[in-house]
Write a protein that binds this ligand. Structure first.
Ligand code: AHR
Length: 662
């Protein structure tokens, strides 16, 4: 059998070293020794609007700066045509009438201004347009002098028209009203644009000029990019953390994330600059704003759609301490805490309550069943603890059932970390959020990190982590290489083995647009038309789709396998499907023979399911053009009995599934 397996790996194109470096490792799996339950929330996702994750990403709006509220009101729009003269396009501000969306565009077309008058929107790094797809145009408008019609055109990279429609505003009444029409594309373009030619004479005010593909997730109007949501759904996440991340804190308090500004009618969600706009000096994105088209209602809805528990993180009265570190004085903290209380009402409250009623108005009378929330992101110091304590006191007195999460700041250890960890345990906080963006080596060395954590105190939420390779890379996606992913797989055996204390974990960040990223590595890369799962994505997926219900004992010579001889192992059983699931990571450049000893298990059938993720070079990764370079490969091997010999190929992550009888 060993020989057979060996051949299989070799045939798979993988350079397996024929000489096995070590004598076989005996791995004892004691399936009846249940160590701890695995929480359904164990493997989740972290969502932040970074790297064009929301605007320009999963939020399917194609028009950039649709409401003219960017700092430069015509950013993203280019006027053209021989009929464009001073005054043809004016930006007006009606702040007293509409403080949340004050600016609009006034178009004047008269005899004196004969000729072509055109405005073209460039989209977010272009627009992804698909042949045969319907695109839904909508606009808020008011007629001042009727007579102008809008010729709408989708144009490809070469400016060729690939879809057109004529929109004629309704001439009745001069109040703001909504207009809509659809355009069907007759060709595909990755970097299309959208132009509007104003035909005729008259005067017209326009706002919220919008274009969405018809194939949004669940076909919702103004919804999400379905290919990107599907990637999340296929991760089967236990929770979704939103909206970040540093975006929660803001560069200053004005720029913090305020969920109440992100619910209700879309044209009344006041846009703010995205903090990632200028954060990375080498990756500036001056056109990065948060329109909040993806706001808290949509986040809750997304969580529900993909079967994940919603996990909002709220500002704790502090702006990012790496930026302004602005603080709300303690006597002024109440509105911040009230936001947290109102959020529970928005998510769970009866529809007769103010916020519960808004949820109903937005189309979801049933509660969203919020069970937990985080207070603060990467905050630290006594000023954080003081504010956290106050949030906890008020929230727990009103909603004792809501689990609260506090942060240990940006580092995985050190003085700040220890101070916060100690204080939050004393506070009796439900969860402590730890972040680590470290070298692959750190991940390999830290597979035993949680072995000694107190099982009885606060639980751990590994809220942001990713292995960051040191090597300079040419392409942004190159940092999501197999070296990083394999080290995460190894480390995650330690999270799984310690499910008694680690009850949630999420890789970060989640999405990145190849032309609009600020931070890498990231779990999923996209362009305007495609998505690409990284090897790190498949590691996450193999854990979340094989999470089981209970951790069982996996040892070698009485010790957990946490990297000795480059081997990392953890095991769970799934009491719903009656399966034993073993995860084995070999980080060595040579194959490793193992003897898996099954104890306390009546096996069923004669087969073991094997799913393997591997690459013959650590530098390998997936790209948008070659997304299948590293993907899980399934096979079946024969069950030999109580002792099963397996060969773990070099640099491999293997998941073995063994059905058992009750
Ligand atoms: O994931 C990217 C950033 O890393 C998050 O916004 C922040 O919390 C962390 O520093």
């Amino acid at each position: 059998m060993v020989k057979k397996l060996f051949l299989l790996f070799a045939m798979g194109g993988v350079a397996v070293t024929s000489s096995l470096a070590q004598p076989p490792a005996d791995i004892l799996i004691q399936a009846s020794h249940r160590v701890a339950p695995v929480q359904p929330t164990m493997w989740g996702i972290f969502f932040e609007d970074i790297n064009l994750g929301a605007d320009g990403g999963i939020y399917a709006e194609l028009v950039k700066n649709r409401s003219f509220e960017f700092s430069e009101p015509l950013m993203g729009w280019e006027p053209s045509g021989d009929g464009v003269k001073e005054g043809t396009f004016l930006i007006l501000n009606r702040k007293s009438e509409n403080s949340k969306n004050p600016r609009f565009l006034r178009v004047t077309a008269s005899n004196e201004r004969k000729g072509l008058r055109q405005l073209t929107n460039e989209g977010f790094r272009g627009m992804g347009i698909k042949e045969g797809m319907r695109y839904d145009f909508s606009v808020l408008y008011r007629q001042l002098i009727p007579g102008i019609s809008l010729k709408l055109e989708l144009r490809d990279e070469n400016n060729a028209v690939i879809g057109a429609a004529m929109f004629t505003p309704d001439n009745s009444g001069s109040d703001w009203q909504t207009g809509a029409i659809s355009v069907t594309a007759n060709a595909t373009s990755k970097k299309a644009k959208f132009s509007i030619t104003f035909v005729g004479e008259g005067q017209l005010d326009l706002d919220m000029i919008s274009l969405f593909p018809a194939d949004t997730w669940k076909g919702r109007k103004g919804g999400l990019r379905s290919d990107m949501v599907k990637m999340l759904e296929e991760l089967k996440p236990g929770f979704i953390r939103f909206p970040g991340g540093c975006i929660v804190e803001g560069r200053d308090l004005n720029n913090r994330y305020q969920w109440k500004q992100t619910v209700g009618p879309v044209d009344q969600r006041q846009l703010i600059v995205n903090r990632w706009n200028t954060e990375m000096s080498h990756r500036q994105a001056p056109d990065y704003f948060q329109t909040f088209g993806l706001g808290f209602f949509e986040y809750f809805q997304l969580a529900e759609d993909i079967g994940a528990e919603p996990l909002p993180i709220l500002n704790c009265g502090m702006a990012c301490q790496f930026n302004t570190a602005e603080l709300v004085p303690m006597p002024d903290l109440d509105p911040y805490i009230q936001d947290a209380l109102d959020l529970v009402e928005f998510a769970n409250g009866d529809t007769t309550t103010i916020w519960g009623n808004l949820r109903k108005q937005m189309g979801h009378p049933a509660p969203f069943n919020l069970k937990m929330m985080g207070i603060g992101n990467e905050n630290w110091g006594p000023q954080y603890l003081e504010r956290l304590q106050e949030f906890k006191r008020v929230i727990k007195s009103r909603y004792p059932e809501i689990k609260l999460i506090g942060s240990t700041g940006p580092y995985s250890g050190g003085e700040w970390f220890t101070q916060l960890d100690t204080a939050m345990r004393k506070m009796g906080l439900d969860f402590i959020d730890e972040h680590y963006y470290s070298r692959p080596d750190w991940f390999l060395k830290n597979a035993a990190r949680y072995d000694k954590y107190d099982r009885n105190g606060s639980k751990i939420f590994a809220g942001e982590y990713a292995a960051h390779i040191t090597e300079e890379k040419k392409e942004p996606m190159d940092r999501n290489n197999w070296k990083a992913a394999l080290s995460e797989a190894a480390f995650m055996t330690g999270l799984e083995r310690n499910a008694a204390v680690v009850q949630m974990a999420s890789y970060a960040p989640l999405f990145a647009h190849v032309d609009g990223w600020q931070w890498n590595p990231d779990l999923i890369w996209v362009d305007n038309l495609r998505v690409c799962a990284t090897p790190n994505y498949y590691v996450q997926q193999l854990y979340s789709t094989n999470k089981g219900t209970d951790v069982v004992l996996a040892t070698s010579n009485g010790q957990p396998l946490t990297g000795k001889d480059s081997l990392y192992v953890s095991a769970v059983i799934n009491r719903n499907t009656d399966e034993l699931i073993i995860k084995l990571v070999n980080t060595a450049p040579v194959a490793r023979e193992s003897r898996i000893l099954l104890d306390g298990l009546k096996t069923k059938g004669k087969q073991i399911g094997v799913t393997r993720l591997m690459a013959n070079q650590l530098e390998m990764g997936n790209t948008l053009d070659q997304p299948m370079a590293i993907v899980p490969v399934k096979s079946v091997i024969s069950l030999e009995g109580k002792i099963n010999k397996v060969i773990l190929p070099p640099y491999s992550f293997t998941v073995m599934t063994i059905p058992y009888k009750k």
